[in-house]
Design a protein around this ligand. Structure first.
Ligand code: 6R9
Length: 660
């Protein structure tokens, strides 16, 4: 198996365990019986959840159709609508006055939106989008900040059966362009900008730049006014949200789609340079989102105030902001900005202000808050909290313990939830009323989920042993493919262990049989819980005229989990005339290249460090030995170099570093 870092290996000596309090266990939504129920009849278990948690316009009779494996279809003959399930049915059930969204802008503005108001707004937006020519099956790109309109836009698309493709607002015009092209989106929904770190940050220019690159099928750009900043305008193409949505009728008949109708596409980094358009369908996805959101967070929709800090640009924002909580009729906080604006206690202030009871965030955020010091959360009343969740990367025991003690007052169960864009919903996690939680472990597959750790040959390993995490039975929220690339889907996920889904993560069982995730085993990095591909950043670097060759590795980082470290070889010769020289030349080169990566992919992909080298370590077959570069990047003694074509290269690199 690829290197699990030493820090992660330490996880396996962790022996602390925290059983739920008897009071918590007694009121929990889910008991241990559900594991038995699902083992006895897995498909029956999911069919029951699908019927109980969702409203179907046409009930299904088929649970799973595996005749086209590895494409697995769920609840195939049923019909439903995602937006109806997320909003309208709560109004019809008499809960229209319940608050759906407690929105807090970074600038301090507030909006409280009830389910009845949300239903009207989604219906208006659906009518407006339909008025722009969007029909069932058309794709819509959404490039918005964390404002209520982002959720409204997603649900409006779902209401007319137009799959959405949300592109994270931090992605560049290039990244947006390639995603618009790949999905052949006909409409882009964006805003003039959003507020981040105390300033208005524009979004519309990136859309204009993306569309100027050409080749797209985009006919209209629907623009939400958020910052009030000036925007360039293309007459005939661009439309203000305010000019069409508020005037559209608040009644709209949802389009009842088949369970397998595509709900959304979400791009994620793979091991090659081209992001994969992971696509999800409706019935199975919503079933597992709703079930896991209720089971893992113990949601009580009448009394809880739930808050997931993820941006809708990531899968967590899809499943645990837009769909799961709303399908379950929850009241949730949505916050626009960063945790440190205008002060480092902003998150805790929001928890105090709204009486948040369930809080779901990422290890990188927890570690950042640890660094800021516990007196900051200590200044706020966090006693409303009762469940804490973590997602995005392995959480180290120290951060887990801090989270439990400082944020959770030693009272709240911490659920470490493992899942992926591809899995659609949580797969491995403690259940807060059942599991004795262990700091740093996601522990057990949820009821209805079958996962195993396999060795190189695909054989299950035993307790105390490690290998590759695989999902051994289909699950309702699983991806249905890679948009437009069926072959890549089969190759990426189903060829490593035929018949089983290969997640790309290393994992280990402890002596109790609990699962500990050890990080990716492929060339995908995890920076602050965001997946980045080494290849994608390498191709961005070599696209710059100064760069001849590049190798990128993910080095351990105390705060972000991993950090991007790039090694580059510059072009020599006369063709490059603008290469900065002199005393500050090196720094200027590095800054330019960092900026370039930010431009091509987005600021999150900017390397933490770029090292200019004259050679890269390669095997005799020409593969870059990233393992050795990682050693250098993490200041470790360089490992085995015997397969290097030129064993002296590593000395050269290290000498260069010592000088620099
Ligand atoms: C939901 C999400 C997926 C990758 C996944 C794994 C890592 C996510 C984790 C975790 C350890 C956890 N990951 N949750 N590793 N413990 N609780 O993050 O989706 O962006 O697709 O990333 O993130 O490596 O393979 P996505």
């Amino acid at each position: 198996m690829n290197d699990a870092s030493p820090a992660l290996e330490n996880l396996l000596t962790e022996t602390r365990a925290f059983p739920p309090s008897p009071e918590f266990a007694a009121q929990a939504n889910v008991t241990a019986d559900e594991y038995d129920e699902a083992v006895a009849d897995r498909l029956g278990f999911w069919a029951d959840r699908a019927r109980g948690l969702l409203t179907w316009q046409t009930p299904f009779t088929t649970v799973l159709d595996d005749s086209r494996a590895p494409r697995y279809d769920w609840f195939t003959d049923g019909r439903l609508n995602a937006a109806y399930n997320a909003v309208d049915r709560h109004v019809e059930a008499g809960n229209g006055d319940r608050v759906a969204i407690l929105w807090e802008g970074e600038d301090g503005s507030e909006r409280r939106i009830t389910y009845a108001e949300l239903a009207a707004e989604v219906a208006r937006a659906a009518n407006a989008i339909a008025g722009l020519g969007i029909q069932t099956g058309d794709r819509v790109a959404i490039y918005l900040p964390m404002i209520p309109e982002a959720i409204v836009a997603m649900l409006a698309c779902a209401r007319i059966g137009a799959p959405h493709s949300v592109v994270f607002g931090g992605f560049s015009a290039d990244a947006l362009h390639s995603r618009i092209l790949d999905a052949q989106a006909r409409l882009v929904i964006t805003a003039d900008g959003g507020f981040r770190r105390g300033a208005a940050s524009p979004l519309k220019p990136a859309v204009d730049d993306a569309l100027a690159k050409g080749g797209t099928d985009v006919e209209h750009v629907l623009v939400v006014r958020r910052t009030g900043g000036d925007v360039a305008w293309t007459e005939g193409r661009d439309v203000w949200w305010d000019d069409v949505v508020p005037h559209a009728p608040a009644e709209h008949e949802p389009v009842w789609v088949e369970a397998e109708h595509p709900l959304f596409i979400l791009y994620t980094s793979g091991t090659t340079g081209k992001p994969k358009g992971i696509f999800h369908t409706t019935g199975g996805y919503l079933t597992q989102c709703a079930y896991t959101h209720s089971a893992v967070f113990d949601l009580k929709p009448e009394t809880d105030v739930y808050w997931c800090t993820a941006d809708i640009g990531w899968v967590t924002g899809h499943s645990y902001v837009a769909y799961g909580p709303l399908v379950n009729g929850a009241t949730q906080v949505v916050y626009e900005g960063t945790p440190d604006s205008p002060h480092k206690g902003r998150w805790w202030e929001i928890i105090q202000k709204y009486g948040v009871t369930i809080f779901y965030t990422a290890p990188t955020a927890i570690r950042t808050c640890m660094k800021w010091g516990e007196e900051i959360p200590g200044g706020f009343d966090l006693s409303s909290l009762r469940v804490l969740g973590s997602v995005g990367e392995p959480i180290n025991p120290e951060a887990w313990m801090w989270y439990r003690r400082v944020i959770g007052g030693d009272r709240c169960p911490v659920v470490d939830t493992w899942w992926q864009t591809e899995t659609g919903a949580i797969m491995i996690s403690p259940l807060p009323g059942v599991t004795a939680t262990k700091p740093g472990s996601a522990q057990v597959p949820l009821p209805g989920i079958s996962a195993r750790i396999l060795d190189d040959a695909g054989e299950p390993v035993g307790d105390g042993q490690g290998g590759y995490l695989a999902i051994t039975e289909p699950w309702p929220a699983m991806l249905r493919g890679i948009w437009g690339d069926e072959r890549r889907y089969a190759e990426t996920y189903w060829s490593r262990f035929p018949g089983r889904y290969f997640a790309g993560d290393g994992a280990k069982y402890d002596d109790d049989g609990d699962i500990w995730l050890l990080g990716r085993v492929d060339d995908v990095m995890n920076v602050s819980g965001h997946r980045l591909s080494t290849t994608e950043i390498e191709s961005a670097l070599v696209a710059h005229p100064w760069v001849a060759e590049a190798a990128v590795v993910g080095a351990s980082d105390e705060t972000t989990g991993q950090a991007v470290v790039a090694f580059v070889i510059l072009r020599g010769g006369d063709e490059i005339t603008d290469l900065p020289t002199g005393e500050d030349g090196g720094e200027a080169i590095v800054q330019t290249l960092r900026g370039h990566v930010g431009q091509v992919i987005g600021p999150i992909a900017k390397p933490r460090s770029i090292l200019v080298v004259t050679e890269l370590p390669k095997t005799r077959s020409g593969k870059i030995m990233r393992r050795l570069l990682r050693d250098v990047a993490e200041n470790r003694a360089v490992g085995d170099v015997t397969t290097l074509a030129d064993g002296g290269v590593m000395d050269l690199i290290q000498q260069g570093l010592a000088k620099g």
